[in-house]
Design a protein around this ligand. Structure first.
Ligand SMILES: NC(=O)C1=CN([C@@H]2O[C@H](COP(=O)(O)OP(=O)(O)OC[C@H]3O[C@@H](n4cnc5c(N)ncnc54)[C@H](O)[C@@H]3O)[C@@H](O)[C@H]2O)C=CC1
Ligand SMILES: O=C(O)C(=O)Cc1ccc(O)cc1
Length: 366
C-alpha cells in the first residue's frame, strides 16, 4: 500500500530520514525546505520523489509528516500545520533533540485530524545540511518515540512500522524523562566539550605549544565541540532548566575534586577514577543501550599508502564488516594505531586471528 510522506526540513537528519524512507518501495516522499538549493540537491540525488512550495497543500496529500527542522522552527511549523483543513487523519512526528517543548506545542494543537508522536533518532554528526545526509545514519541507533497524551496507541505502532526501514531500535519514553537522560549523556557533554576548548584556547594565548600538544585524549573528548553552533544553542535553550541543574551539579563535582587534590586524598581520587572507568567500560556492552554495541581491535600499521586498505581487504575477504574505523595519533613515518570496531565478539576474535596470521601486530580490547 502506497504511503505519502512529507518531510519538512531536509538537512542532516531530515535528509537522512527521507533517504532511508525512500528506500522502501511503498513510500512516496514529498520534500520541503526553505533553502532552494537544498530542494534542488534532494531532487537531483533522488532523495525525494517530488518537492513542494506550499507545505499546507502538500500536508493535505500526506499520510505522515516528519519535521526535520531545528526545535524553535518545529514549534512554528506545528502551529502552521494546525491550520490545515485535512480531510483524513495524519500522523505527524519530529526529530528534535528536546521533547518537552515539542510535546507542549503538540498538546495545544486543536485539529482532530492530527495525531502527534514525538521522535528523536539518537544518531547524528557534527555536520549539517543535506550534503551530509546518509540513508544508513540511524542503523543500530536508538530511536526514541514519545507519543503525546491524547494520541492513540495505533499511531505510534504505525510510525514504528514505517520507521523499521531505518533499522534503528525504537524505545518509548515520556518527554520529560527523555530530556533528563539526553540532557545528561548528550546535551551537557556538548556544553562541556565547548568549555574545554574555550579553556585550551585561553591558555594557548600564553602557552603557544598547546595546539601541538592537543593529542588523542583532548581530541576524543572535544570532537563534539565541532558541531553546529546554531543547532546546539537551540537545544540548550529548549532544555534550559535541566542544563542549569547539570551545570550546578558539575560545579559541585569539580569542587569535590578540588578538595581531594588540595587535601591529598589520593586513594579517594583513585577510587573516583576507577568508578568512572568501570562505568564507562560497561557502556556499549548492552545491545539495547544508546551506545550501540561495539568490539574494538587496535592494529599497528605503518603510515604508508594502502595500509588501511590492506587491513580492510583482509577482513572483507572473511566477510567481516568494520562498523567504525579510526586512526589514533598517527604521526608521519612512525607506526600508527588503527582502531577498528566490529559488532560482535566472535567477529572481534576472528579479526584478531586473521590479522595476526597476516603478520599484523595488534591488541584486542576486552
Ligand atoms: N545534528 C544531529 O546530530 C542531530 C539533530 N537532531 C535534531 O534534528 C533536527 C534537525 O537538525 P539537523 O538536521 O542537524 O539540522 P540541519 O541544519 O542540518 O537541517 C535543518 C534543515 O531545516 C531547514 N529549515 C530551516 N527552517 C525551515 C523552515 N521553516 N521550513 C523548512 N525547512 C527549514 C534548513 O534549511 C535545513 O535544511 C533538530 O531539531 C535537532 O535537534 C536529532 C538527532 C541528531
Ligand atoms: O555526534 C555525536 O556524537 C552526537 O552527539 C550525535 C547526536 C546529536 C544530537 C542528538 O540529538 C543525538 C545525537
Amino acid at each position: 500500500m502506497r504511503r505519502t510522506i512529507l518531510v519538512i526540513g531536509l538537512g542532516l537528519i531530515g535528509g537522512s530520514l527521507a533517504k532511508s524512507l525512500r528506500s522502501a518501495e511503498e513510500n512516496y516522499i514529498i520534500g520541503y525546505d526553505i533553502k532552494e538549493k537544498t530542494i534542488e540537491f534532494a531532487e537531483m540525488n533522488e532523495i525525494i520523489h517530488e518537492s513542494c512550495s506550499d507545505i499546507r497543500e502538500a500536508a493535505k496529500k500526506a499520510d505522515y509528516i516528519f519535521l526535520g527542522t531545528h526545535i524553535t522552527e518545529t514549534v512554528n511549523i506545528l502551529k502552521e500545520l494546525e491550520q490545515v483543513k485535512f480531510n483524513h487523519d495524519v500522523i505527524i512526528s519530529d526529530v528534535s533533540s528536546v521533547k518537552q517543548t515539542i510535546h507542549d506545542a503538540a498538546s495545544s494543537i486543536n485539529n482532530k485530524h492530527i495525531q502527534f508522536v514525538g521522535g528523536h533518532p539518537m544518531a547524528g554528526s557534527h555536520k549539517k545540511g543535506i550534503t551530509a545526509a546518509k540513508g544508513h545514519l540511524f542503523e543500530n541507533a536508538i530511536y526514541v518515540l514519545s507519543p503525546s497524551a491524547n494520541c492513540p496507541d495505533s499511531a505510534a505502532d504505525k510510525l514504528e512500522n514505517i520507521l523499521s526501514v531505518t533499522n534503528s531500535h525504537i524505545i518509548k519514553l515520556k518527554a520529560n524523562e527523555h530530556d533528563e537522560m539526553t540532557g545528561v549523556v548528550s546535551h551537557f557533554p556538548h556544553l562541556i566539550a565547548s568549555a574545554l576548548v574555550q579553556q585550551a584556547q585561553k591558555w594557548s594565548l600564553t602557552h603557544s605549544y598547546i595546539p601541538k600538544l592537543a593529542a588523542g585524549g583532548f581530541r576524543d573528548v572535544t570532537r563534539i565541540a565541532s558541531s553546529n553552533p546554531e543547532l546546539w544553542q537551540d537545544i540548550f535553550y529548549h532544555n534550559k532548566q535541566k542544563m542549569i541543574h547539570m551545570i550546578e551539579d558539575w560545579v559541585s563535582e569539580m569542587n569535590d575534586l578540588k578538595k581531594m587534590l588540595k587535601e591529598n586524598h589520593r586513594a579517594e581520587l583513585t577510587n573516583y577514577l576507577q568508578q568512572a572507568k568501570d562505568y564507562r567500560d560497561g557502556l556499549g556492552v548492552n545491545e539495547k543501550g544508546a551506545f550501540p554495541a561495539y568490539y574494538d581491535l587496535y592494529v599497528d600499521i605503518r603510515d604508508q599508502t594502502g595500509a588501511i586498505a590492506s587491513v580492510a581487504n583482509i577482513l572483507a575477504q572473511e566477510n567481516i564488516n568494520i562498523t567504525n574505523i579510526r586512526i589514533l595519533e598517527i604521526r608521519e613515518g612512525i607506526t600508527g594505531a588503527l582502531r577498528l570496531s566490529v559488532s560482535t565478539k566472535s567477529e572481534q576474535l576472528d579479526s584478531f586471528n586473521i590479522l595476526k596470521q597476516n603478520g599484523y601486530d595488534l591488541v584486542l580490547e576486552e
